[in-house]
Design a protein around this ligand. Structure first.
Ligand SMILES: [Fe+2]
Length: 231
């Protein structure tokens, strides 16, 4: 069995990032143990096309009317660590509305809900690893982590890839957001180059004239361990 590559130090944020307050409670306080990859983690999950609705990728067409906000197309490729496309792979997104409010009972931010926006979508990647969502640009919202704390606009992404060992949950940001500097979640990724990989690229080629701005966001999942070559 070929397992998947282990993340290198610095590739992901540290479990404990004290400025990001909730990590103080959930970060492990004992040394980590290396768990071998088992068959159930390096095979599956398998999703069939029939489970995905025709409009599940379009967050602007889930209700009777259109949501308020700036309409955007978010698209990109899901690749493995060797640059190969990850095909037929489930990509799920969730986000707040244009006013910065989630359609969720726990969200008490006094910004308006939008009756035409739920903020959740999903799709499968195609043969080239490409996904595409139509949505509206999410707003910034306050989150009480520290005094006057606001999250930069972001879309949450969940990816399964070809196996449970490749599962990735991340956030996509928008270029030039003025809130990056004071956001401990964004800042918990210490490597500036790695931070850049969480920021989508505005792309005029993806922009649809008279209709929606376009952003490209490629995502790299963990790749397979290379089979050692005997010479
Ligand atoms: Fe969020």
């Amino acid at each position: 069995m070929n397992g998947y590559r282990r993340p290198q130090p610095g590739e992901h944020p540290e479990y404990l990032t004290p400025e990001y307050r909730s990590t103080r409670l959930r970060a492990p306080d004992r040394p980590l143990m290396l768990m071998p990859h088992t068959l159930s983690e390096i095979t599956g999950p398998v999703y069939g096309h029939e489970r995905i609705g025709r409009l599940d990728h379009d967050l602007t067409r889930q209700h009777a009317g259109e949501p308020l906000g700036e309409r955007i197309v978010v698209t990109g490729r899901v690749l493995d660590g060797d640059g190969r496309p990850v095909r037929d792979s489930l990509v799920e997104v969730w986000q707040c509305n244009a006013a910065g409010r989630y359609a969720h009972a726990a969200d008490r931010h006094p910004a308006p809900l939008d009756p035409n926006f739920t903020g959740a979508g999903r799709c499968l990647t195609d043969a080239e690893g490409r996904y595409r969502f139509v949505t509206i640009k999410p707003g910034a919202y306050p989150w009480q982590n520290h005094d006057n704390a606001w999250r930069p606009a972001h879309i949450h992404f969940s990816l399964f890839g070809p196996a449970f060992a490749t599962r990735l949950v991340t956030q996509m940001y928008f270029p030039g957001d003025p809130l990056f500097g004071q956001d401990p979640i964004f800042q918990s990724v210490r490597d500036p180059a790695a931070r850049e990989r969480m920021i989508a690229r505005f792309d005029l080629g993806t922009t649809e004239p008279e209709w929606a701005l376009g952003y490209q966001f490629d995502i790299v999942l963990r790749g397979r361990e290379a089979t050692p070559m005997e010479t």
